[in-house]
Design a protein around this ligand. Structure first.
Ligand SMILES: [Zn+2]
Length: 121
């Protein structure tokens, strides 16, 4: 069977913390650990080290969200500058940690799809 790896499907599966190959097994164990292979289809997930890419993407997305976030917090709550710093600091940290997990999954899903396209060419 010559199943073409659809990058959109792979990224979506990664985003949902599912194996990009079968969509059944879990992609991440614990917080950010990638298993050597999928527990369902035995796809070699450990071969796709995402390195610093996901952290970079998560921080970029956060920076883009941070600007309107500060604006809304300022307009709605009129906090003191120190309070604003604390509020946005906490929200940014929590969201980045949550986001990083999704971004890492999507990133591995993308690498997974990309790998097949290279070999198929
Ligand atoms: Zn799988």
């Amino acid at each position: 069977m010559t199943e073409k790896r659809d990058s959109k499907t792979s990224v979506l599966r990664g985003l949902m913390n599912k194996c990009p190959n079968c969509g059944e097994g879990r992609l991440l164990r614990g917080y950010l650990a990638v298993p050597a292979q999928c527990e369902v289809c035995h796809a070699p997930l450990g071969r796709y080290p995402a390195a610093d890419g996901p952290a970079f993407f998560a921080m970029t997305i956060m920076l883009l969200l941070l600007i309107p976030l500060i604006g809304f917090t300022w307009v709605l709550f009129r906090p003191s500058p120190g309070m604003l710093l604390v509020i946005t600091g906490v929200i940014t940290t929590v969201l980045t940690l949550i986001l990083l997990r999704f971004v890492k999954g999507a990133f591995i899903g993308y690498l997974w799809a990309k790998n097949e396209q290279d070999r198929g060419a």
